[in-house]
Design a protein around this ligand. Structure first.
Ligand SMILES: NC(=O)c1ccc[n+]([C@@H]2O[C@H](COP(=O)([O-])OP(=O)(O)OC[C@H]3O[C@@H](n4cnc5c(N)ncnc54)[C@H](OP(=O)(O)O)[C@@H]3O)[C@@H](O)[C@H]2O)c1
Length: 316
């Protein structure tokens, strides 16, 4: 499988397993099957509430002799309620404890949004901190400290637009090594990809299949990425599935990609996308797909009670 290279030369397997919405009773098996099939990169987060089960899947695979810890690349993310300097260390310690690991390979600031400590999802104004209360630069200082303590090999961010990245770059300290954002042919993020490339920031594409299992009633009219006619036509031509077209699209752009599945056959099918060769014609058709859509629109953080605006999350 193709790897991406961090600035220090460390490698990131370009395809990993997503674990958001992977429930208890299913995620341990999913992680084990993934490692058994050949995945070496697992994407986790404190807020997914399943790090203990993910850790069990990893331990099971190591105990079965499938891999050693150092063969795996494990990412976790700092939740919005732990952005204050003093909260970052305990937050990474908790993820390490749940995952049953001595170190992470990558730790990300999950969103550029800050809640008071202990708040899972802020509903009221008083449950939020503003950028004045807790500047992102404060959180970034603490992230660098965790790296220097050896608790994570790499640090980065998620859901950061260009202006938020520039705030951290201006500190003249360590530049984030990764920016994980939503990315697929409906949201190719060309300008952000270019900006990150210029600053040697690797990128990971989340919700590469359009996150169909997070779309409730409210989103019934969202366009369907896996059923898009252009994607379907390429899949038919190549003799592969639409999911494989979408995963191969990210790999082709040198962007890491983390499709989520708890289904053994789909876990294997998704891994096989790493072998798919899209033609220039396929790529041109995907570029001209004619649909523009963001599935994870951040609206849960930008309601009337929130001090944050959509422009704090996404480039307009
Ligand atoms: N940093 C962030 O803020 C952020 C936000 C969103 C997501 N993420 C990360 O990115 C990962 C992926 O994104 P996501 O979970 O939103 O959605 P996704 O990977 O785009 O889609 C997952 C859905 O697609 C189904 N699926 C998987 N493989 C398939 C295939 N080959 N054909 C058809 N359906 C398939 C899954 O069902 P089954 O499980 O039943 O197979 C599940 O319903 C997350 O799990 C998480 O790790 C990060």
């Amino acid at each position: 499988m193709k790897n991406l290279k961090f600035r220090n030369g460390d490698l990131l397997p370009i395809l990993g397993l997503g674990t958001w919405k992977s429930g208890p009773g299913e995620v341990q098996k999913a992680v084990f099957w993934a490692i058994e099939a050949g995945y070496r990169h697992i994407d986790c987060a404190a807020v997914y509430g399943n790090e203990k089960e993910v850790g069990k899947g990893i331990a099971e695979a190591i105990e079965a002799g499938l891999v050693k810890r150092q063969d795996l690349f494990i990412t976790s993310k700092l939740w919005n309620d732990s952005h204050r300097h003093e909260d970052v260390g305990p937050a990474i310690d908790r993820s390490l404890d749940l995952l049953n690991l001595d170190y992470l390979d990558l730790y990300l600031i999950h969103w550029p949004i800050s809640f008071k400590h202990g708040i899972g999802f802020a509903q009221h104004r008083e449950e939020y901190y503003t950028y004045k209360d807790v500047p992102l630069t404060q959180t970034w200082e603490a992230m660098q400290e965790q790296k220097s303590l050896g608790k994570t090999k790499h640090i980065g961010v998620s859901n950061f637009n260009q202006s938020k990245l520039k705030e951290l770059i201006k500190m003249k300290e360590e530049v984030p090594e990764m920016n994980q954002v939503e990315m697929h042919p409906f949201l190719p993020q060309e300008a952000l990809v270019q900006f990150c490339k210029e600053h040697e920031i690797l990128m990971t594409a989340y919700s590469p299949l359009g996150s169909p299992d997070s779309r409730g009633e409210k989103h019934i009219n969202d366009p369907k990425l896996l059923q898009n006619p252009v994607v379907k036509e390429i899949a038919n031509r190549q003799g592969i599935s639409t999911g494989q077209v979408l995963i191969a699209w990210s790999i082709n752009r040198d962007v890491a990609v983390i499709p989520k599945s708890v289904n053994k056959n789909r876990i294997i099918e998704n891994l096989e996308s790493a072998q798919v060769k899209l033609t220039d014609h396929d790529l041109m058709e995907l570029k001209d797909i004619g649909v523009s859509h963001r599935f994870v629109d951040g609206s849960f953080f930008t309601g009337s009670q929130s001090p944050y605006k959509t422009s704090d999350l996404f480039d307009q």
